[in-house]
Design a protein around this ligand. Structure first.
Ligand SMILES: *[C@@H]1O[C@H](CO)[C@@H](O)[C@H](O)[C@H]1NC(C)=O
Ligand SMILES: *[C@@H]1O[C@H](CO)[C@@H](O)[C@H](O)[C@H]1NC(C)=O
Ligand SMILES: *[C@@H]1O[C@H](CO)[C@@H](O)[C@H](O)[C@H]1NC(C)=O
Length: 567
C-alpha cells in the first residue's frame, strides 16, 4: 500500500548479513535486573479523547478535524472506520475508572477534547458547560479513587472550525486560541489537576497531518507545512507554560510539560562515523526538534544546517525551517517542568548513500535509512518491534541532552492484531517486563524518571489503522453495541509490578507470569462463550414468552371455535 512497506522488506534483506558481521549481542543488556523503583514512583495507564470517547456530536460538542477526516470516507482510514462511537467511553466513565482501580494504578493520563469544551475552538464564542461538567466529574471520580489525573490538553483532535477558518497550525493565530483554551482548563480543573501535558506527540501530528497527509487534516505541504506547524506549536506550548507560571502556579502548585514520542536510533555500525552522525540526525529530527527549543532555546544545529543546505539546493532564498528571534528563544527556553517521553520501538540507522530525486520533504532533510533486525520480535503493528534495550538508551540520551530533567514516560506499549481475540497476551507481558526493566536500569544509570504511563487502558481507535490494532490492557468487543471490556493477562502482570513497585525477586516474578496466564484462560473462555450466553438469554427472554403467548392465543381461539360449534 505504502512504499514504506516495500522499503521495510528491502531493509530486512539488507540487514541480515550486515548485522551478523557488526554486532553480536549486548551482554549487559541481556541480563535482567531485579530491584525496585524509587519510593513514590508513579504508575499509570493512558488514553486519548478521540480514540475512546465516541459521542462525537453529543451534548454540544463541536466537530474536530478527526471527525471531518473520518467522515469524508475516502479510504483515509482502514475499513473507513470512524471514532463516532469508539469505546463509548463518554458513557462509561464509572466503569472505566473501576478498571483503573482494578489495575491499582497511581495515575491516569487522558486528554481533553478541545471541541467538547469549546465547540468552535474559540473561548470567546462559547464554552460548553456540559463538556466542562463531563471532565470535572471524571477528575472528581479519579480523585475519590485515589488516582492522580494527568491531563493532556491537546491530543490531535483540533476543532474543525479552526482548521477551516485559519488553516489549523499553519496559522499563528492558533497560538492565542490554544492559550485561551488552556487557561480555561487551568481555571476549571486546575484546583484538582496538578500534572498538565500541553501536547502529546506533536511530531506525528505535524508529520502525518501536514506532510504525508495520513492523518487529519490530511495536508501534504511537502517539507514546509510541518515545520511551520511545529514552530507554532512550540510557541503555543511556551505561551501556555508562561501563563501557568505567572497566573496559576502560585495558587495551584502544578506542573506543565510536553510529551514527545521518539524511537531510539542506534547506529548500524558503531565503528562507522557516518552511521553515528546519521543516528544523531535521526534523534535530533525526532526528539530534538521540539525538546531542543524548550530546553536550549533553539532548533538543533544539525536540523538548521541540513534543512538550510537542502533549501538552498532547492533554490529557496530562506530555509524551510522557520527561525526564532532572540526574544523568542529566551521566552521558549526553560518552559517545561518535566519532559514527557513516549517510546515504542528502535531502529538501526545508517546514512542514505543514494541521492533522491524527490522534492522537499522531511525524509529528504533527515537523510537517513531506518533498518530493523529481522530477529526482533514484531508485534501487532508493522513498525513495532520489541527492542527493550533501546528504551534505556533513549532515556539516558534525554537525560544527558537536556541536563537531567524530571521525566515522565508518557506512552509505552505494544499492539496486537485485531483478529487475535486472545486475552492471554504473553507477548505484551514480555514487552512490559523487558521495557520496564530497562527503565529501571536507566534510573540506576541516573535518569530522573518520576513515573510511567503504559499505553493504553483500552483497545481503541488507532487513527488511520481504524480498529485493526489493539493496544489495550482491556480487550474491547467493538462488534457489540455496549462495547464490553475484558481484562487481558497483562492486567494481572502489570498490577503485580505496580504493587511490588518493580521486580523484587526471580521467584516472585516467575509466579506472576503463571498466575496471569491461569486467570486469562478463564477470561478467554468467558469471551468465547459470552455471545452464546447472550443468545441463550435472548431465547429465554423473548423467544420463549412469544411462543408461549402464541400457544395460549391459539388455544383460546380453538376453544372459542369449539364452544361456538357446541352451542
Ligand atoms: C491566518 O488566518 C487569518 C484569518 O483568517 C488570515 O487572514 C491569514 O491569511 C492566515 N494566515 C495564514 C498563513 O494562513
Ligand atoms: C515563573 O514564576 C516565578 C514566580 O512568579 C518567577 O520568579 C519566575 O521568574 C517565572 N519564570 C519565568 C521563566 O518567567
Ligand atoms: C549503499 O549502501 C548499500 C548498503 O549498505 C551498499 O550495498 C551499496 O554499495 C552502497 N552504495 C554506494 C554507492 O555506496
Amino acid at each position: 500500500m505504502k512504499p514504506v512497506r516495500v522499503v521495510t522488506l528491502w531493509w530486512m534483506l539488507l540487514l541480515v548479513p550486515r548485522l551478523g558481521a557488526t554486532r553480536k549481542g549486548f551482554p549487559e543488556e541481556a541480563s535482567f535486573y531485579y530491584g525496585t523503583f524509587p519510593p513514590g514512583f508513579s504508575w499509570g495507564v493512558g488514553s486519548s479523547a478521540y480514540q475512546t470517547e465516541g459521542a462525537w456530536d453529543q451534548d454540544g460538542k463541536g466537530p474536530s478535524i478527526w471527525d471531518a477526516f473520518t467522515h469524508s470516507r475516502k479510504g483515509k482510514v482502514l475499513g473507513d472506520e470512524t471514532a463516532d462511537v469508539a469505546c463509548d467511553g463518554y458513557y462509561k466513565v464509572q466503569e472505566d475508572i473501576a478498571l483503573l482501580r482494578e489495575l491499582h494504578v497511581s495515575h491516569y493520563q487522558f486528554s481533553l477534547s478541545w471541541p467538547r469544551l469549546l465547540p468552535t475552538g474559540v473561548r470567546a464564542d462559547q464554552v460548553n458547560g456540559k463538556g466542562v461538567k463531563f471532565y470535572s466529574d471524571i477528575i472528581d471520580t479519579l480523585l475519590k479513587s485515589n488516582i492522580t489525573p494527568m491531563v493532556t490538553l491537546h491530543y490531535w483532535d483540533l476543532p474543525q472550525l479552526l482548521q477551516v477558518k485559519y488553516g489549523g497550525w499553519q496559522n499563528m493565530s492558533l497560538i492565542n486560541y490554544f492559550s485561551d483554551y488552556a487557561n480555561l482548563c487551568f481555571e476549571a480543573f486546575g484546583d484538582r489537576v496538578k500534572h498538565w501535558i500541553t501536547f502529546s506527540d506533536p511530531r506525528a501530528m505535524v508529520e502525518k497531518g501536514y506532510e504525508t497527509g495520513h492523518h487529519a487534516p490530511g495536508l501534504k505541504l511537502h517539507g514546509m507545512g510541518l515545520y511551520k506547524a511545529a514552530h507554532h506549536i512550540i510557541k503555543a506550548h511556551a505561551q501556555v507554560w508562561h501563563s501557568y507560571n505567572t497566573t496559576w502556579r502560585s495558587r495551584q502548585q502544578g506542573l506543565v510539560g510536553i510529551s514527545l514520542n521518539c524511537d531510539w536510533g542506534e547506529p548500524l555500525d558503531i565503528r562507522n562515523p557516518k552511521d553515528i552522525e546519521a543516528a544523531e540526525r535521526y534523534l535530533q529530527f525526532c526528539l530534538g526538534w521540539f525538546a531542543n527549543p524548550i530546553y536550549a532555546g533553539d532548533y538543533p544545529q544539525v536540523m538548521k544546517d541540513s534543512i538550510g543546505r537542502k533549501s538552498a539546493e532547492q533554490g529557496l532564498e530562506t530555509s524551510r525551517l522557520p527561525v526564532f528571534t532572540v526574544q523568542e528563544k529566551s521566552y521558549i527556553r526553560g518552559t517545561s517542568d518535566f519532559l514527557g517521553l513516549g517510546h515504542f520501538t528502535t531502529r538501526y540507522i545508517t546514512e542514505r548513500n543514494y541521492s533522491s530525486r524527490q522534492g522537499p520533504s522531511y525524509q529528504n532533510d533527515r537523510d537517513v535509512v531506518e533498518l530493523v533486525d529481522p530477529h526482533w520480535p514484531d508485534l501487532g503493528s508493522k513498525w513495532l518491534y520489541s527492542v527493550p534495550w533501546g528504551f534505556r538508551r533513549l532515556l539516558n540520551f534525554a537525560q544527558t541532552q537536556y541536563v537531567n530533567p524530571p521525566m515522565y514516560v508518557t506512552e509505552n506499549g505494544a499492539s496486537q492484531k485485531s483478529d487475535c481475540t486472545q486475552l492471554c497476551d504473553q507477548w505484551r507481558i514480555q514487552y512490559l517486563k523487558g521495557y520496564i526493566n530497562e527503565m529501571l536500569k536507566a534510573i540506576k544509570d541516573g535518569a530522573n524518571i518520576k513515573g510511567y504511563t503504559s499505553w493504553s487502558l483500552l483497545d481503541k481507535f488507532e487513527w488511520e489503522k481504524g480498529y485493526s490494532e489493539r493496544y489495550g490492557f482491556y480487550y474491547v468487543d467493538f462488534k457489540r453495541r455496549h462495547k464490553p471490556r475484558y481484562p487481558k493477562a497483562s492486567v494481572q502482570y502489570y498490577k503485580k509490578i505496580i504493587i511490588a513497585n518493580g521486580f523484587p525477586s526471580p521467584r516472585e516474578v516467575e509466579s506472576w507470569h503463571l498466575e496471569a496466564l491461569e486467570i486469562c484462560s478463564i477470561n478467554n473462555y468467558m469471551l468465547a462463550t459470552e455471545p452464546l450466553l447472550s443468545h441463550m438469554q435472548m431465547v429465554t427472554e423473548t423467544v420463549v414468552p412469544t411462543v408461549c403467548a402464541l400457544c395460549i392465543l391459539t388455544a383460546a381461539v380453538l376453544l372459542v371455535l369449539l364452544l361456538r360449534r357446541w352451542s
